[in-house]
Write a protein that binds this ligand. Structure first.
Ligand SMILES: Cc1cc2nc3c(=O)[nH]c(=O)nc-3n(C[C@H](O)[C@H](O)[C@H](O)COP(=O)(O)OP(=O)(O)OC[C@H]3O[C@@H](n4cnc5c(N)ncnc54)[C@H](O)[C@@H]3O)c2cc1C
Length: 462
C-alpha cells in the first residue's frame, strides 16, 4: 500500500518546492484541473500532487521524493496514452512537459529530444534541415510514450519503428541515479526501453537517427465501405511487396466534413492513408496500381512532411472521449474481412475508426528478440478507437469498439501493440511481449525491484 500525498506533512512538500526549479501543483491550487487533464477526456483522475519538472535535477528530486514517501507515481510525457497512464489517482505525477529541447546534428543526422517533447516539435525543428525521425501520425503525441512503446507511422516501412531509430537515452532510475543507455553502455536497459514502455525509468533525453525526408506524396484514398472486403484482400497482396518507399495504413472510417466534398460527409468508407517518400517523379507510377482499384475519392498529392504529420490533427483535438482496443494480425482472411464489413458499416460516431498499420519492410527486419517489440513477424498492428466529443456517447463508442474487437480477436495473432492498449491487465501485457516477457521481468527486477514505475503496461519485477 502506498501512502497518500494527502497524509504528508506540508513542510515536506515545501522542502521539495525549494529544491526544484519547476512547479508543484496541488488539488487546492488554481490550475489543478487544467494540469490534470490528459488528451483522452474519458480519463478523469485526481492526483495528490503534480510536479512539473523543467530539468533532470527536478526529475531526480521528484523520484527520490516519491520513493522516500512511498507514493504511487505516474510519469507524464505527452499525456496521449489511451488508458491515461500518464496520470494516477491520489499519488504523485511527475510531469515532463517542461523538459523540451530539440537539437539537430546535421553532420551526424541525429536529433536530441527532451523527455517531454511532442512529435510536432521534433518535425518543426528537423524539417527545414531536410530531416525527419520516424514517429506516429498525430503531431501532439508525446515523444516519450510513443518511443518507449515502439512507434509506428508513415515512415515505418522505409525506416523502421521509432525504436529502431533510437540511438541513446538518458534516464533517471527508481533509485534516483542517472544513467546513459546505448548500444555499448547499460545495454540491458537500452534493449528494455525499445518497446518495454516506462517500466524501467524516466527518460529525460532521447537521441534518434534522422533520415533525409523533405517532401512526400501522400494522403487518403477512399472506397465505399461495401467494397472493404475486396480492397482489404487486394491491399494484403499489395502492400508487403510494394516498394519500401511506400507506406499505407488501412482504415474503416467516416468522412466527418471538410476538406472532403459534401457528398461524402457522414458516410462510411474503407480508406488507405498513403505516404510515399521516394523519387517524386515516380509517384504517379507507384500509385498506378492503387488508382486501378477505382477509388471513389482521393486526397493525395505532394506535401511537406510536417503536413502529412498534421493532416489529422484538426479532426482529433485534445478533449474528446476515446475508447481503445487493439491486436496484431498475421492475415486478412475472409472471416476477418467479413468482420470489417460488419462493423465498418455501423461506425457509431463520425470520429470512430479502425486502423491497421503494416509491419513490413524496415519495420519487419529486426529479429523478434532484438527489441521487446515481439511481433515483427505479424503483418499488421491493428487498433479500433471509439471517439466522440460528447460524454453522453461514451457507452455507445465503447460498445462498438468492444464488439468490433471481439469479432476480430479470434483471428488475431495474440497480443497487441502496447501503445494501442488501454489498462487491460497482466495477461494482455504478457501476450504482447510474448517470448520477450521473461527477459523484461528480469531487467525490471534488477533496476526497479519495488515496481516504483508501476503506472504503465506494467511488467512485474522478477
Ligand atoms: C490521437 C493519437 C494518435 C496516436 N497515433 C499513434 C501512432 O501513429 N503511432 C504510434 O505508435 N502510437 C500512436 N498513438 C499511441 C501513443 O503512442 C501512445 O498513446 C503513447 O503512450 C503516447 O505517449 P505520451 O508520452 O503522449 O503519453 P503519456 O500518457 O504521457 O505516457 C504514456 C506512458 O509512457 C510513459 N512515459 C511517457 N514519457 C516518458 C518518459 N519520457 N520516460 C519514461 N516514461 C514515459 C508514461 O509513464 C506512461 O506509462 C497515438 C495516440 C493518440 C491519442
Amino acid at each position: 500500500m502506498s501512502d497518500s500525498v494527502e497524509s504528508l506533512d506540508v513542510t515536506i512538500i515545501e522542502e521539495l518546492a525549494a529544491q526544484i526549479r519547476g512547479e508543484i501543483v496541488l488539488p487546492q491550487n488554481s490550475g489543478y484541473d487544467e494540469t490534470r487533464k490528459v488528451y483522452n477526456a474519458m480519463i478523469d483522475k485526481f492526483p495528490g500532487m503534480i510536479v512539473k519538472c523543467v530539468d533532470v535535477a527536478d526529475v531526480i528530486y521528484a523520484v527520490n521524493f516519491g520513493r522516500e514517501n512511498n507514493l504511487l507515481v505516474a510519469v507524464r510525457g505527452g499525456g496521449h496514452n489511451g488508458g491515461g497512464l500518464g496520470l494516477c489517482d491520489g499519488g504523485l505525477v511527475i510531469d515532463l512537459s517542461g523538459i523540451k529541447f530539440v537539437h539537430v546534428d546535421t553532420a551526424e543526422k541525429t536529433v536530441r529530444v527532451g523527455g517531454g517533447n511532442v512529435w510536432g516539435e521534433v518535425d518543426h525543428a528537423t524539417h527545414p534541415l531536410g530531416l525527419a525521425v520516424p514517429a506516429g501520425i498525430i503531431s501532439s503525441t508525446g515523444v516519450g510514450g510513443l518511443t518507449l512503446g515502439g512507434g509506428v507511422g508513415h515512415l515505418s516501412r522505409k525506416y523502421g519503428l521509432t525504436i529502431d531509430n533510437l540511438l541513446e537515452a538518458d534516464m533517471v532510475l527508481a533509485d534516483g541515479s542517472f544513467v546513459t543507455v546505448n548500444a555499448s553502455q547499460n545495454t540491458d536497459l537500452f534493449w528494455a526501453i525499445r518497446g518495454g514502455g516506462g517500466n524501467f525509468g524516466i527518460v529525460t533525453s532521447f537521441k534518434f537517427q534522422a533520415h533525409e525526408v523533405k517532401t512526400v506524396f501522400g494522403g487518403p484514398i477512399l472506397w465505399p465501405i461495401e467494397r472493404v472486403e475486396e480492397i482489404m484482400e487486394w491491399y494484403h497482396g499489395f502492400i508487403h511487396d510494394a516498394t519500401e518507399d511506400l507506406n499505407g495504413f488501412i482504415t474503416t472510417m467516416v468522412i466527418p466534413g471538410a476538406p472532403f466534398p459534401e457528398h461524402l460527409h457522414n458516410k462510411q468508407f474503407c480508406g488507405i492513408v498513403w505516404c510515399y517518400v521516394g523519387d517524386l517523379e515516380k509517384a504517379d507510377e507507384v500509385f498506378k496500381p492503387i488508382r486501378a482499384m477505382d477509388p471513389i475519392f482521393e486526397f493525395v498529392g505532394e506535401m511537406p512532411y510536417p503536413s502529412i504529420q498534421t493532416l489529422f490533427d484538426g479532426m482529433m483535438p485534445p478533449g474528446l472521449q476515446w475508447y481503445w482496443r487493439a491486436d496484431f494480425f498475421n492475415e486478412l482472411g475472409p472471416e476477418v474481412r467479413a468482420q470489417h464489413l460488419k462493423f465498418g458499416s455501423k461506425i457509431p460516431t463520425p470520429l470512430s475508426q479502425m486502423h491497421m498499420y503494416p509491419i513490413s519492410g524496415a519495420a519487419a527486419r529486426p529479429g523478434k528478440e532484438d527489441t521487446p517489440w515481439a511481433y515483427r513477424d505479424a503483418k499488421y498492428a491493428g487498433v479500433i478507437v471509439g471517439v466522440d466529443p460528447d460524454p453522453a456517447n461514451a457507452d455507445k463508442i465503447t460498445a462498438w469498439c468492444k464488439d468490433y474487437w471481439a469479432g476480430l480477436h479470434p483471428h488475431a495473432a495474440g497480443g497487441a501493440y502496447s501503445n494501442f492498449m488501454m489498462d487491460e491487465g497482466e495477461d494482455r501485457v504478457k501476450a504482447s511481449y510474448r517470448h520477450n516477457y521473461d527477459r523484461l521481468v528480469q531487467i525490471k527486477g534488477k533496476y526497479d525491484p519495488a515496481n516504483f514505475f508501476s503506472v504503465n503496461q506494467n511488467i512485474q519485477p522478477g
